[in-house]
Design a protein around this ligand. Structure first.
Ligand code: GAR
Length: 220
């Protein structure tokens, strides 16, 4: 299977980036990280990228007069690296039409709550304070709103009585590391079809496989 070239945008720790790297290195994600970009010069995710020999660079939003100019530079860098899919992984900047028009239906984001509940930032404490019994995480295509784009995959976790923001965030993060690589793999397999707000997951196309049988049967 052809590998999809991804550009990963980060602002911080980069544990989702690490999960993606690990899946690629394990051979279970048909992607190649063409570039990692951080808007924060001190982001630990940059070190993770470097440890794995990945091209990593800083595009600091503070160096630009506004969001459009910042996004124009991002588009330039992403294009220069041949990126086909933009993966926002803890990227704490709102992106503009400039980036979205350059990569239509090709920008994904992960959010640490069950959208459309609890959009925005620092949501774990809000989830605990509200008293909901379940939360989770969502991978979605990005549109012009904040955390409003079509949903690709979600995972649910319980909110426990003695949770605080930190314990809940840790429980959710484990699931983020499972669903983000999965969403990217579905994209790589050409199986995500956006129909308005809904993202349909097409069945795996086996038409190119050889019609071979094995006995005893092989495990998929
Ligand atoms: C993750 O929990 C991600 O869902 C969240 O930031 C964290 C980044 O962690 N993203 C947002 O809140 C986006 N609004 P990481 O840097 O370890 O991947």
């Amino acid at each position: 299977m052809a590998k999809v070239k991804i550009g990963v945008l980060i602002s911080g720790s980069g544990s989702n980036l690490q999960a993606i790297i690990d899946r690629i290195e394990a051979g279970t994600l048909d992607a190649e990280i063409a570039v990692v970009i951080s808007n924060e010069p001190e982001a630990y995710g940059l070190t993770r990228a470097e440890k794995h020999g990945l091209p990593a660079l800083v595009v600091n939003h503070r160096d630009f007069p506004g969001r459009e100019a910042f996004d124009l530079r991002l588009v330039e860098v992403l294009r220069a690296h041949g990126v086909e899919l933009v993966v926002l992984a803890g990227f704490m900047r709102l992106i503009t039409r400039t980036l979205l028009e350059a990569f239509p239906h090709r920008v994904m984001n992960i959010h640490p709550a069950l959208l459309p509940a609890f959009p925005g930032v620092h949501v774990w404490g809000k989830v605990v304070d509200y008293g909901v019994k379940f939360s989770g995480c969502t991978v979605h295509f990005v549109d012009e709103g904040a955390d409003t784009g079509p949903i690709i995959i979600q995972a649910v976790v319980p909110v426990l009585d003695d949770d605080d923001a930190e314990t809940l965030a840790a429980r959710i993060l484990k699931q983020e590391h499972r669903i983000y690589p999965r969403a990217i793999q579905l994209f790589a397999e050409g199986r995500l079809k956006v129909e308005g707000r809904r993202v349909r997951v097409l069945p795996l196309d086996r038409s190119q496989d050889e019609a071979a049988l094995a006995n005893p049967r092989l495990e998929d």
